[in-house]
Every structure is written in structure tokens, then in C-alpha cells.
Design a protein around this ligand. Structure first.
Ligand code: AQP
Length: 329
């Protein structure tokens, strides 16, 4: 491999990706792919922290894989693969579990949020999720990890684990940096702008899914919760309007100030309609490409197999080094 720096990121196939995952993470992946060696992974092992029907998980996985390509990631230039096809993720994860403290995992806000939401299934996988995520990243000696704001804490833990391991065994792991976009890093729900837009949310009106039709998208934006003061500006007191302005700026490439200026004299109805139209227009070409890719599953599976072979080769080097250093026979 060349001297180019390495990027790793992943997405869970727990459902259809949302506009949040697109604006917070995936839309940056393609832009970064010309300057870095990139690995983008459908993290299906992370997805089983919730109960999913096997057929649904398999279908979600293929759909998610197709989204990666549809959003512009060229499989010839990026390594695209499924996490479960590279056993080194699980092996390194176990090792790193032994270099992670329960106190650290207890502080993870995502674990607290997810266990509060799923009280009947607080499994150990949910608890050690950040350790598997650390293994995902450290296996490839990634320099940069483009993620949304919700993953910042996990990435900090990943750095701590890597530094702890390096302190004992020498320079084993590259210490990765997070790449978190200046805005769009935390897209909120349309009905509950206090909460992050999440693909496994029960309320479909809260989310724009990448597969939503233009009509559905515009309807959902028209119903978006706002406030009653009729001013279109960024403000902590106006989470609904601020979220819509952020979405509009992200999809049009305008700054937040330009977006505010454009709607300075507009009413909420016109504003919401415009945001919906801009989003629908942005998603349309991706949706077309996604449908084309999904019509040839054998091709998708072949691309995934090639990606996994390359990822296995890279991951094996780090894993072998780790095993030797810790004294496995
Ligand atoms: N609402 C969001 N705003 C900005 N970024 C987001 N991301 C997800 N939602 C938003 C970023 O997308 C990447 C992939 O996320 P993921 O699917 O692997 O996990 P997640 O963050 O747990 O996403 P969801 O939609 O909330 O999934 P579920 O409902 O299954 O838990 C990450 O970089 C994430 O930051």
C-alpha cells in the first residue's frame, strides 16, 4: 500500500439509513476517498445488539452495502465489505476487552440511552459495543474516522485503549482522530427535534429514510415540529427550525448564514416545503442508482467478497502482531 493515510468508518444495518447518517457521516466518505485509502464497512456484528429476524438482517445488510456504492463510493478505489466476513474484528475485540475497564464502559452515554430504551434486552454486546468499534478501527491502523457527533465518545475511548496497549507493547496501533463535520454532525428528529434522528426509531415521521419517495419526504417536512414565533433563524431555543436550517444548508452546500438570509422573510410553510424539495432532489439520483444496484445481487455479493479479501489481508497483519506481542502460542 502507498503512504496515503487510512480512513475507516462503518454503518450498522439496523434499518434503512437516514438523512442523519448521510449528512453526519456518509456524505463525507466519498469526498475523503480521493485523498485517503478508505475502508467502509457494513458493521453487521454491531447490528445484533438488537434482535433482528435473520432475513431482515441479511436484507438490510445488502441494502446498506448498495447504499455505500450508490452514494458514490467506488469499490475499485475503496475497500467495501461486511464486518462479519473479517473474523479479525471479533478476535481483536476480545483482546481489547481485556484492556478496557468496566468503569470506562459504564460512562458511555450510548449504552445508557440504548439500555433505557430496550430494558428487556440489555445484553453484554450492547455494553462492549465500543470495544468492538475500537477493534474495527485499530485493525487497519486508521488515521481518521469520519463519524457523527454521537460517536465522539466511543472514538475517545478507542484512543484511550490504543494508547494503553501501546504503552505496554510499544508502537502497535495508530492513534486515530475523529473527523466530525462542522455542521450536520447531529441531525435531529423531525417530530422530536430534541432527539437524534435514528433509523431504528419507532416513529417513521421522525426520520427521513434514504429510500423515501419525494412525496413522503415533502409530507414529512411539512409535518415537522417547529415553534410559534415565525422566525427562521438558528437558535438553541428553536431546535426544530435550527435542525431544518442545518439540513437545508447541508443538502444545498450553502452556509447556515446564507440559508437564514434566504428565508429571512419567508413563512414556515414555504420554508418547510423548500427544505423538503431540496432533500428530495438531493436523494433522487442516489435512489435511482441504489435501485439499479439492488437489481443485481450477485454483483453486490461479488464486490463484497473482493472487499472482504482485501480487508482480511490488512487486518491479519495487525492481529498477528498483537497475538505475538501478548504471548499467544
Ligand atoms: N442523526 C444523525 N446525525 C448525524 N450523524 C448521524 N449518524 C447516525 N445518525 C446521525 C452517523 O452515521 C454513522 C452511522 O451510524 P450507525 O448506523 O452505525 O449508528 P448510529 O449512530 O447508532 O445510527 P442510528 O441511525 O441511530 O442507528 P440505530 O437506530 O440502529 O442505533 C455514524 O457515524 C453516526 O455517527
Amino acid at each position: 500500500m502507498s503512504e496515503r493515510k487510512i480512513i475507516f468508518s462503518g454503518i450498522k444495518p439496523t434499518g434503512i439509513p437516514t438523512l442523519g447518517s448521510l449528512l453526519g457521516a456518509m456524505s463525507h466518505w466519498e469526498k475523503l476517498s480521493s485523498d485517503y485509502n478508505c475502508l467502509y464497512c457494513v458493521v453487521d456484528m454491531h447490528a445484533i445488539t438488537i434482535r433482528l429476524d435473520p432475513a431482515v438482517l441479511r436484507d438490510n445488510g445488502r441494502n446498506m452495502f448498495a447504499w455505500l456504492i450508490a452514494l458514490g463510493l467506488d469499490p475499485e478505489k475503496n475497500i467495501l465489505y461486511f464486518q462479519s466476513n473479517v473474523p479479525a474484528h471479533a478476535e481483536l475485540s476480545w483482546v481489547l476487552n481485556c484492556y478496557t475497564y468496566a468503569g470506562e464502559l459504564n460512562r458511555m452515554t450510548q449504552f445508557k440511552d440504548k439500555s433505557a430504551k430496550n430494558t428487556d434486552n440489555i445484553n453484554a454486546g450492547l455494553y462492549t459495543y465500543p470495544v468492538l468499534m475500537a477493534a474495527d478501527i485499530l485493525l487497519y491502523q486508521a488515521n481518521l474516522v469520519p463519524v457523527g457527533e454521537d460517536q465522539r465518545q466511543h472514538l475517545e475511548l478507542c484512543r484511550d485503549i490504543a494508547e494503553r496497549f501501546n504503552k505496554v507493547y510499544g508502537d502497535v496501533f495508530t492513534i486515530p482522530d475523529a473527523f466530525i463535520p462542522p455542521y450536520g454532525a447531529r441531525i435531529m428528529g423531525l417530530q422530536n427535534p430534541q432527539n437524534k434522528m435514528s433509523k431504528s426509531d419507532d416513529n417513521a415521521n421522525d426520520c427521513i429514510y434514504l429510500s423515501d419517495s419525494p412525496d413522503e419526504i415533502i409530507k414529512k417536512f411539512k409535518r415537522a415540529v417547529t415553534d410559534s414565533d415565525n422566525q427562521i433563524k438558528m437558535s438553541e431555543e428553536k431546535p426544530g427550525i435550527s435542525n431544518l436550517l442545518t439540513i437545508y444548508a447541508c443538502v444545498t452546500g450553502k452556509t447556515l448564514a446564507e440559508a437564514e438570509a434566504e428565508f429571512a422573510d419567508a413563512g414556515y410553510g414555504h420554508f418547510k416545503q423548500s427544505v423538503g424539495e431540496a432533500v428530495a432532489q438531493t436523494l433522487a439520483p442516489y435512489q435511482k442508482e441504489h435501485a439499479r444496484l439492488m437489481s443485481d445481487i450477485a454483483n453486490l455479493d461479488a464486490i463484497a467478497a473482493k472487499g472482504a479479501a482485501k480487508a482480511n489481508e490488512m487486518a491479519a497483519k495487525t492481529l498477528l502482531k498483537v497475538k505475538e506481542l501478548i504471548g499467544f502460542n
